[in-house]
Design a protein. Structure first.
Length: 109
């Protein structure tokens, strides 16, 4: 039997303070954006940097932790899994959004 793994580890900077909402009685969700940067030399030998933005989602106790510790500009480490959500626009087009469902969160000094 072959095993599949959906695991992500990111270290970057929070693009915003974590926002927390109570979605149902006793259930909380926190969301924030996380920027990761990668630098490499292009074919001309020049250094180029690219930034990728990630949507981070945390539930319940982790949502409370994010609300208390994740502030814009903070260096953050997240482990979790990739989740794909789909929705319909008003025009009937299907859109896909990828999020990181964080299971572990560390705000670094």
């Amino acid at each position: 039997m072959k095993t599949n793994v959906n695991k992500v580890e990111l270290v970057g900077f929070a693009g915003m303070d974590a926002e927390v909402k109570e979605v149902r009685e006793g259930m909380k969700v926190a969301r924030f954006s996380l920027a990761t940067r990668e630098s490499f030399k292009n074919k001309n030998g020049e250094w180029v940097s690219t930034t990728t933005w990630h949507r981070i989602v945390l539930w319940n106790n982790n949502a409370d932790l994010a609300a208390a510790t994740v502030k814009k500009g903070a260096r953050v480490s997240v482990t979790g899994k990739i989740n794909k959500k789909s929705y319909q626009t008003e025009k009937g087009d299907t859109r896909h959004v990828f999020e990181i469902l964080a299971q572990n969160l560390t705000v670094m000094a």
